[in-house]
Design a protein around this ligand. Sequence first.
Ligand code: HEM
Length: 497
Amino acid sequence: YFQHKKFYKFSENIPSPPSFGLLGHAPYFLGKNEQGRLEMLHQLCLEQKTYTKLWLGPAIMWMIVNDPKTIQKILLSPVCLEKPFFYKFLRLENGLISAKYDVWKIHRKALNYSFNLRILQTFIPIFVDNAQKLINDISVNLGKKKQFDLLPYATKTALNMICGTSFGLDIKNVDSSLIGDDVFHALEKLNKIISARSHSFLLYSEPIYRMTNYYRDEMQVRKVCYSSADRLITAKRETLSPDFDFNANSDLIEKHVIQKYMNKEKSVDDDMPTRKIFIDHVICNDTKFTDSEIRDHVYTVVAAGSETTALQSSHTIMLLATHPEIQERVVAEIKEVFYSDEVEMSYDNLVKLEYLERVIKESLRLCPVVPIIGRETQATMKLDEFEIPAGITFIINFYTLHRRPDIWGDDAEEFNPDHFLPEHVEKRHPYSFLPFSGGQRNCIGYRYAMIALKVLLVYLLRKYKFSTTMTYKDLRFRTDINLKLCTEHSVSIELRQ
Ligand code: HEM
């Protein structure tokens, strides 16, 4: 009671749209689908420049922050590193995304190492193998009149990439019970359930939620995901045993990873021989993670790393298919840098693809696959004229931030990679563009994602010309946990010369 009274008092001076008594602002969202809720939130955020307050019923208040300067203060604040209650719906107590601050800070320090640039560069051959497999898989659609949905192909590719780079496993060859279609569908269903829960304020209460079919379904699909994570860990532990025979199991293990193990070369900044990939760090770390911590980390990386990369690459292809002239400019640049098959797909060569980088950034601006995040104050915080009490939930809406005309100009809604020309970037506040969030609790995989996206797009675009009967204006978005298209990613392909 006292806390709510404190929140009411504090929130009195924060602007908000008109509210509806005890229901607060909930009626703005009631009865709307995932697209309608996103569009409504976008409208409400656009109307206010700095802060907006939303009461979702009598007990839950969100303070939405809209301008880059204030967002920067929040993301860099040492008392704003906690995640709000709704991250608990993920039920990953120890996974970086939702862990409580005290757990997070120890685990993040231990895991940062496995995402450093030197290690990420060693993943490029794994990205290349998977990109080649993807262009091969979609070739069945060549010459067909009917368009096909690119996303399921991209999702499998991104999942294979994570398994190769994070676990050293070649899942094309491992027993399909390790990560099979059932896990793939379970992850999808789990996203839907968590999203349905986070959009229904009544289900925020755990006792009420436990009485629903959602809870029963959630427990069923979690069983599938957790047992797959457990099997991955067991398979991995076997490979770490001194008696493990890499030659006898060469089908199971990613071939690039085998080479590293077989070479047994010592790494420069770590005296553990070749212990470079994520799972080795989790299992063999000095922090000594427990089994349930290991499981949460494995599950978090699969969930955070695969759907995001798959969606972002598919969104980018849709943007290029609806803008053929930009697609051709990207291809011209790719052909210039990779002028023959002999040119290595190295990090240094990928960096030369400046226009492609602008295209990816523009896709991350218009379609940030993680569109909304939350933070909670751990102690009283001074923010402009406000004294913000502990326990306040901040919501940062990247989807709207990236489309504000006052930041991006009159063509904020258009797909224009020139938004990222250096002369335009330097005029904007650095926190105007935050697809990977910012501050200490930003995306640990942002460099991984950028390299993986570049490799995928290079392979897709130099092999095929993508087209679609949809127009840019037909691309409508919705959010479950991530930002998705309301339609399929429908494209046709033609071979390039
Ligand atoms: C286009 C691709 C991606 C985008 C746009 C993206 C975006 C984000 C964002 C916005 C956050 C902050 C979430 C929050 O505060 O609630 C985040 C966190 C995180 N991401 Fe990513 N991500 C991407 C790919 C990846 C990949 C490939 C991995 C792993 C290989 C990954 C692993 C993580 C993890 C573990 C966190 C939690 C970090 C922490 O709290 O310390 N992400 N991501």
